[in-house]
Design a binder for this molecule. Structure first.
Ligand code: DON
Length: 309
């Protein structure tokens, strides 16, 4: 398939647009509440014909949980798999992304996977660097490389908005500190985590990042192996098993494409050896996934026969 042939993309978008009325913009991070619930956009990058896009592709939005895949890749490159998985597990939870329950009931106490908030916070604590400034610069540099966009920044407004209200995430950190999963200063970790979640992209950036994952860490345009293949493979496996929170099973059945969503409305997806997909639709269902984005992924996967199963 060459994505330039996907010339009915605007029609698919029109088809799913009414779904934006079925969801709600996230407001638990107050700054996210400013998004336009009816926005929906998509970009698809392939390895030869660049990208196609439709809808609100120019809107910048924050990565939120999509950043968890990116920091996981960086932590695996910084620390190696043995260290990372000594602190964070590999199993899906079936619980909401911010749940604390399994931290208390699992023995030994460690977050079940790097895609839930507890696991992602632990992973962020592993990013190499002296101070937060250096760590954040490394994360940003990595995202810019993956998206081939040196202008990518984080939104200080969204980061502060989350930092001021993230009491549940703070409690996850203190619980993990008590149990030896993380050490160091919790406020410092919260500062870095909220900044990583606030990195701003548009659908085209996201599709380009997806393409690198689709190509097992290789950027077909720059010919650079940005992520080692084994690390890209681990990240994509988590995208399948836990990428859409506690809707990952249904997503695997309906869509069958490794993907990661975020509460700002983004979906990052990758079809092995073929395309990267970036979607933005801030109206979310009750599990935190973009309602119109999910429908769009389903239609696309059926039409292009993209399911990996
Ligand atoms: O930690 C949070 O709640 C947000 N910064 C990210 C949440 C999100 O996108 C959903 N998480 N899996």
């Amino acid at each position: 398939m060459q994505c330039m042939e996907l010339n009915n993309l605007p029609d698919l978008l029109e088809q799913v647009k009414p779904c934006t009325n079925e969801g709600k913009v996230a407001t638990y991070i107050p700054a996210l509440g400013e998004a336009n619930a009816n926005d929906i956009g998509i970009a698809i990058y392939d390895k030869e014909h660049h990208y196609i896009s439709a809808g609100n592709t120019e809107v910048n939005f924050t990565l939120q949980s999509i950043s968890k895949v990116i920091t996981l890749a960086l932590a695996l490159m910084d620390r190696g798999t043995d260290y990372v998985f000594s602190k964070v597990g590999m199993e899906p939870t079936g619980d909401p992304f911010n749940s604390i329950i399994k931290l208390e009931t699992s023995n030994p106490s460690k977050p079940l996977n790097p895609m839930i908030n507890a696991g992602a916070l632990a992973v962020t604590s592993m990013i190499a660097g002296e101070e937060n400034e250096e760590k954040m610069a490394r994360i940003l540099h990595f995202v810019r490389d993956l998206a081939a966009n040196p202008k990518i920044q984080y939104s200080a407004e969204v980061a502060i908005s989350e930092l001021e209200t993230a009491h549940l995430n703070r409690s996850l950190c203190y619980y993990m500190k008590q149990n030896g999963i993380i050490d160091g200063d919790v406020e410092e970790l919260m500062d870095l985590y909220t900044k990583q979640c606030s990195i701003q992209v548009n659908c085209i950036d996201l599709a380009r990042i997806g393409l690198v994952f689709a190509m097992d860490g290789f950027d077909p345009y720059t010919k650079e192996q940005i992520i080692p293949p084994n690390v890209a493979k681990i990240c994509k496996t988590f995208m399948v098993t836990c990428g859409m929170y506690n809707a990952s099973g249904e997503f695997a059945i309906r869509v069958g494409i490794p993907a990661k969503s975020g509460v700002a409305g983004g979906i990052l997806a990758c079809v092995k050896g073929q395309v990267g997909i970036g979607i933005y639709g801030p109206a979310l269902d009750n599990k935190g996934n973009s309602v119109a984005g999910l429908k769009l992924m389903e239609l696309l996967s059926m039409q292009e026969n993209w399911s990996m199963f």
